[in-house]
Unconditional design. Structure first.
Length: 308
């Protein structure tokens, strides 16, 4: 663990975790995330971020940084925020760095949020974004899915839908995905005190705000319970000390049961979605570099010939 990571964990534990534990409503969470993105998450230079309309009522950000290796390739990235907060702009700094490292355009949909738009609105928007990319001329085998936290779970739910259609993407990567809204993972209890950021006691409340009475074990909400025939390669990154550790580990086992090539990277002492802190801690850059290499491998010519 780097000294910078130790300092970050201390700040998160003293300031961010107590704040998250007592936030009264989604509007406060949204405001906090917007402020953090604006004042703390540093955008790299030479970023081109454009607003675009993917589908009726669905906006998105197109993020480029540097020269893309292939104009036909794209990452469809679904942001985190517990389905209640977040937007492409809150994740812009991290996605710009990932776009530069992977040399690929990143499309981040501004999907609808709960509680105003509960389940399955987010998944409907994710499917609409996928269909819009194909309508724009992108082949399924030239699109990589990505996401973090709730967005990682949403990306995996989308992957299950696409596998059922027989049109899987080139691959998927996810940072600390939330894959089980039933809250059955043992790490919710084992890591409750060790997690420097997330509070396990708030997860059931967040899930209720998103589901609003819908069963939590529906695979469209909790991809841990889904099916993934013909699944492409997957990279999952998680922290060994976060409460959602087992959401990643059990998801990897489920995907492997369907024959998928799954790479799991567990990092010691990092906070939930530490990749957001690139520019502050070296562990974030190392994780993004690994993700960029995985994206490149998923989009490699040998993979293309199979997917197309």
């Amino acid at each position: 663990m780097s000294l910078r990571l130790a300092l970050l964990n201390g700040l998160l534990r003293c300031i961010a975790k107590p704040r998250l534990a007592r936030l009264p409503e989604p509007a406060s969470a949204r405001l906090d995330l917007e402020r953090a993105a604006r004042w703390l998450l540093r955008r790299p230079p030479f970023v081109l971020a454009l607003d675009l309309a993917l589908a009726p009522g669905l906006g998105a950000s197109s993020i480029r940084s540097g020269r893309a290796r292939d104009a036909a390739a794209v990452v469809l990235y679904l942001h985190g925020g517990a389905y209640l907060a977040g937007a492409p702009r809150t994740h812009l700094a991290m996605l710009a760095r990932l776009a530069r490292l992977a040399r690929v355009e990143v499309i981040a949909p501004d999907y609808r949020l709960a509680p105003e738009h509960p389940f399955p609105a987010a998944l409907q928007d994710a499917l609409a974004a996928w269909d819009a990319l194909l309508a724009r001329g992108h082949a399924a085998g030239r699109v990589v899915l990505g996401g973090d936290s709730a967005g990682g779970g949403l990306a995996l739910a989308l992957l299950a839908r696409l596998c059922a259609r027989g049109t899987p993407p080139a691959g998927l990567f996810a940072f600390s995905p939330w894959t089980d809204l039933t809250g059955s993972g043992e790490s919710l209890r084992e890591n409750a005190a060790r997690d420097p950021l997330l509070t396990a006691a708030r997860l059931p409340e967040v899930a209720r705000l998103y589901l609003q009475g819908h069963p939590a074990d529906d695979p469209d909400a909790s991809p841990l319970f889904g099916a993934f025939p013909g699944c492409p390669p997957v990279l999952l990154q998680h922290s060994e000390t976060e409460i959602l550790r087992d959401d990643t580990l059990r998801m990897a086992a489920k995907l492997r049961a369907f024959g998928a090539a799954v790479t799991v990277q567990g990092w010691s002492h990092t906070p939930h979605v530490w990749q957001m802190f690139d520019g502050y801690i070296p562990e974030a850059r190392a994780a993004l570099e690994d993700a960029a290499r995985a994206i490149g491998a998923m989009l490699a010519p040998a993979r293309r010939s199979i997917s197309n």
